[in-house]
Design a protein around this ligand. Structure first.
Ligand code: GDP
Ligand code: IMO
Ligand code: MG
Length: 429
């Protein structure tokens, strides 16, 4: 039995969905443990594309059990929408293969309102959130006001919690010139949607504990990326959850000793959606080439992603903090045809060189990347499925990144398709 935690090691969109789908052939249970429907995980199987936001990416495989852990913030309406749209594509979803933690906090319509109100009121310096209500929902969770999934069984509790949250939200809404929360409507809408979602709600920690006793393989599916982590990311330009591997334990109710291997999903270059520092960001024709070849358009919001060269300082730092054991290097095919590929190996900050990413947002914005160049390769790696079939130049690039980051690549991906994946060492072995 091996339990693997799969996390993004940059600013999200590293290709986690594809790899969760690929690896879940070897897993029995797939667990989301943080974030919400701000995530957009893409899976391509033959000609079919699935874009998942809340449901674990293992859901497309019929024999797997998928779990939404307590660390996730759940928008019940979006969950229902996603379940229905997958059912239309022939995916079986029922209370046997989908379970939602009874202690997961819910995202309600006024969380989404507040997210947008704040973004609009500070257009110049906004975070560039997905406007899904993620931040406000986590605020209510730590503020001890949340309505949690299991509370849906108790109409009195629903009323009480809505009222508690309204007491907090209404003065904010009034300040921004918005109408007060219609508590009756929120309550009635919740009663209606709860009829559809209640069958999935249970104490998932018990299911996971039994799975571990029965020697099942569990795959924990991280959302976002380490640099969006609320503690270790580019604060305040981050999401509102912990995206590092350690949170898999807290966000699902599984003891830390059961997390056996951490796989860091890492794009062969770098992208970011939303505001905030990005030392290796490009604005020239290389940006256009990466954006175009990599189809770098946000899965959730449709916004163009910012693009830049690979930053080994960031990935090396995140590897330490998140405890990453091996890399899955994705989108190598996007670098086909470049004569020269640059990699950031250290930063310059005024008259000093740094081998780490500083903590202050001011310094993070000021560091200048120092690059080493490596020659590109001839031919294409697109669709290559074995290491020996990669051109020597592409192998050299992977080895160069391994050397700089300090750990090996277990997997390399060469197209969005499920099977276009090079296995070097299985994280489940
Ligand atoms: P996630 O949020 O980490 O799951 O990543 P997204 O799905 O948001 O974005 C990754 C995008 O890259 C998706 O459109 C994937 O289909 C695509 N993708 C994944 N792996 C590869 C690859 O190796 N090559 C190419 N060209 N595209 C890939
Ligand atoms: P996946 O799982 C990329 C970014 C948003 C914004 C910041 C805060 O697909 O990798 P939020 O709505 O979470 O409060 O927004 O975080 N962001 C992501 N960027 N991929 C994601 O998820 C993201 N989820 C949030 O763009 O900058
Ligand atoms: Mg994504």
């Amino acid at each position: 039995m091996v339990n693997v935690v799969l996390v993004g090691s940059q600013w999200g969109d590293e290709g986690k969905g594809k790899l969760v789908d690929w690896l879940s052939s070897q897993a029995d249970v797939i667990v989301r443990f943080q974030g919400g429907h701000n995530a957009g995980h893409t899976i391509v199987i033959d000609k079919d594309t699935y874009k998942l936001s809340l449901l674990p990416s293992g859901i497309v495989r019929p024999e797997k059990v998928c779990i939404i852990g307590n660390g996730v913030v759940v928008d019940l309406w979006k969950l229902e929408e996603e379940i229905e749209s997958l059912k239309l594509k022939g995916i079986k979803i029922n209370s046997e293969n989908l379970k939602v933690a009874d202690n997961a906090s819910l995202i309600l319509p006024f969380h989404k309102d507040l997210d947008s109100i704040r973004e609009d009121s500070n257009k110049k310096n906004n975070i560039g959130t997905t406007r899904r209500g993620i931040g406000p929902a986590y605020e209510d969770k730590v503020g001890r006001r949340s309505l949690r999934a299991g509370d849906l069984r108790d109409p009195e509790m629903i009323k009480k919690r809505i009222n508690l949250m309204a007491l907090h939200h209404n003065p904010l809404r009034a300040h921004f010139g918005q109408s007060l929360i219609d508590e009756e409507k929120v309550y009635n809408d919740l009663l209606k949607i709860s009829l559809k979602i209640l069958p999935y709600i249970c104490p998932v920690w018990r299911y996971l504990s039994d799975s571990i006793k029965n020697k099942k393989n569990i795959l924990f599916e991280g959302a976002q990326g380490a640099l969006l982590d609320i503690d270790y990311g580019t604060y305040p330009y981050v999401t509102s959850s912990n995206t590092l591997a350690g949170y898999a334990s807290v966000g699902s109710g599984v003891g830390v000793h059961n997390l056996n291997y951490v796989l860091g999903i890492t794009k062969a270059y770098t992208t970011r959606v939303g505001s905030g520092p990005f030392p290796t960001e490009l604005f020239d024709k290389n940006f256009e080439r990466l954006a175009q070849k990599g189809h770098e358009i946000g899965t959730v919001t449709g916004r163009p992603r910012r693009c830049g060269w690979f930053d080994s300082v960031l990935v090396r730092q995140i590897t330490e903090i998140s405890g990453i054991n091996g890399l899955a290097l994705t989108k190598l095919d996007v670098l086909d045809g470049f004569d020269e590929i640059k990699v950031c190996t250290k930063y310059k900050l005024e008259d000093r060189f740094l081998d780490y990413f500083p903590n202050s947002i001011d310094e993070q914005s000021k560091v200048e990347p120092v690059y080493e160049s490596i020659k590109g390769w001839k031919g294409s790696v697109r669709g290559v499925r074995s290491w020996k079939d990669l051109p020597k130049g592409a192998q050299d690039y992977v080895k160069f990144l391994e050397h700089l980051v300090g750990i090996n690549a277990d997997l390399v991906t060469t197209s969005p398709e499920r099977e276009d994946t090079i296995l070097i060492r299985s994280p489940f072995s």
